[in-house]
Design a protein around this ligand. Structure first.
Ligand SMILES: NC(=O)c1ccc[n+]([C@@H]2O[C@H](COP(=O)([O-])OP(=O)(O)OC[C@H]3O[C@@H](n4cnc5c(N)ncnc54)[C@H](OP(=O)(O)O)[C@@H]3O)[C@@H](O)[C@H]2O)c1
Length: 355
């Protein structure tokens, strides 16, 4: 395949041969390392896959979700983020189950490169390392795989049950030592807790490979930037969750056009104050021949994070795949960040985020 740098021989025949033009840029050209793994510069998030309450999931969506999965893997995306708590009510675990089915039914060698990042909930009854090992084995069963790529603690209990925190950390150590996971990470850990767990794991010979945090043009406060600089200095990858601000950074929602369900309460408060940012996103998208979500996701990549946008339709997946393979210019990053600062509204922090 011609990668674009070497000129192709020009055919002299009257009917030119069909050249298959890839629909999107091949993301492997920008691969990133995370622990022992090689990842695409963007992953896909699957919180919505099984969540009826917030995301309006229905089982009738499954065949489209499978198409999304196949499309992503065919286009070089190999990171999928999930959690053992994803899926509402009796659908608990549905996101991992769907991923398990989609991986097992995927045909093609790219299947061997798929990396699953799952998150383990800090349920109050998970108090021993063995309980985390059992939780990990249950996730492996739902995912139908032998090893999890990144095992992440979904949140820290430091704010409300500090004594449980040690059990979470020892849980990660136990999963890693048993070879059930390739790398370990955290989620919703603030700068202080991040340094603490990093040092704790290091003493036990377990590298902390990733920190997942809410990170977007709507969520680029001091904490995010401090976490990013700590991670850079310690060789930890930042995984940016909600890179589209739950959908607010797509440009499709307005005060008169809100999503159904609980998101509408949040969006109603935030969207009216987002005008400077949305106008700038739109203008840069127009000039670069991109779309608003592509620019918003690309900003996360340019800031050195791995964004994991959530996707619910093939159309969204196709669009978001176009967020990789190019880069915003430094002047465009400045413009976006200034507009974000000028926008009075910001995303609310996850209640589980610690200091
Ligand atoms: N660690 C944590 O505590 C935590 C917390 C939150 C999320 N996450 C992870 O991060 C992932 C992404 O975050 P998120 O799902 O919260 O929010 P997000 O990525 O900011 O927004 C995703 C939503 O935006 C809409 N969307 C996506 N692409 C679009 C496009 N091209 N055009 C128009 N609309 C589009 C879709 O919803 P609609 O079509 O319904 O608008 C989609 O579900 C999650 O799936 C999950 O894996 C982790």
């Amino acid at each position: 395949m011609n990668g674009g740098s070497t000129p192709m021989a020009v055919s002299m025949s009257r009917t030119p041969p069909m050249i298959k033009i890839p629909r999107v840029f091949w993301p492997w050209q920008q691969k990133v390392k995370l622990g022992p793994m090689t990842l695409s510069p963007m992953g896909f998030g699957t919180w919505a896959w099984g969540n009826q309450l917030l995301w309006g999931y229905q089982e009738s969506m499954d065949s489209e979700l499978q198409q999304i999965f196949n499309l992503a893997v065919d286009n070089g995306i190999n990171l999928f983020d999930t959690a053992d708590s994803y899926g509402t009510g009796k659908l608990n675990g549905q996101s991992e189950k769907l991923l398990g089915r989609f991986i097992s039914e995927f045909e093609g060698e790219a299947r061997n490169n798929i990396v699953i990042a799952t998150k383990f909930a800090a349920y109050p009854w998970r108090l021993t390392p063995n309980q985390f090992v059992n939780a990990c084995k249950s996730s492996l069963g739902r995912l139908q795989i032998e090893q999890i790529g990144i095992a992440q603690l979904h949140w820290s209990t430091a704010n409300y049950a500090p004594l449980q925190e040690r059990a979470l950390w020892d849980g990660l150590v136990a999963m890693y030592d048993k070879g059930l996971v390739q790398a370990v990470g955290v989620s919703n850990y603030g700068p202080k807790q991040l340094l603490k767990i990093h040092d704790y794991l290091k003493e036990r010979g377990v590298p902390l490979s990733s920190a997942q945090v809410q990170f977007s043009l709507l969520s680029m406060g001091e904490d995010q930037m401090e976490i990013k600089s700590i991670c850079d200095s310690l060789g930890i990858r930042v995984i940016a969750y909600s890179p589209l601000g739950l959908g607010m950074l797509t440009g499709k929602y307005t005060p008169a056009n809100l999503p159904r369900g609980p998101r509408s309460f949040l969006f109603r408060q935030i969207i009216p104050g987002l005008e400077p940012l949305l106008v700038t996103l739109k203008e840069i998208a127009r000039k670069r021949g991109k779309t608003i979500p592509q620019v918003a996701i690309n900003w996360c990549i340019c800031k050195g994070t791995i964004p994991i946008p959530g996707v619910k339709s093939v159309k969204q997946a196709e669009e978001n795949l176009g967020a990789v393979g190019w880069k915003l210019r430094p002047s465009e990053l400045d413009e976006l960040e200034n507009a974000a600062r000028d926008s009075p509204a910001k995303m609310i922090q996850n209640v589980f985020q610690t200091s």
